[in-house]
Design a protein around this ligand. Structure first.
Ligand SMILES: [Zn+2]
Length: 62
C-alpha cells in the first residue's frame, strides 16, 4: 500500500465529498455517484439524477 495520492485521486475525493444538485429538477444528492471518465489531462464527471434521469456534467483539467 502506498500513501501516494495522485492529483486525480484528490480531485475525485473532492467531488465525492461534495453535494450535487440536479440542474433539471433540483434533486440533491449528498453521496453523488459520479461517473468518471478521464481523457488525457481532462477528467469528465457525470452524474445521472436518480429522480429525473437528467445528466449533470463537470469537466476538470488536471
Ligand atoms: Zn433531476
Amino acid at each position: 500500500m502506498s500513501a501516494y495520492r495522485s492529483p486525480f485521486d484528490r480531485l475525485r475525493q473532492k467531488f465525492e465529498e461534495s453535494t450535487v444538485e440536479c440542474g433539471h429538477c433540483g434533486y440533491r444528492d449528498t453521496e453523488a455517484g459520479w461517473r468518471v471518465t478521464a481523457t488525457g489531462s481532462r477528467v469528465q464527471y457525470q452524474f445521472v439524477c436518480p429522480s429525473c434521469d437528467g445528466v449533470e456534467t463537470r469537466e476538470m483539467r488536471l
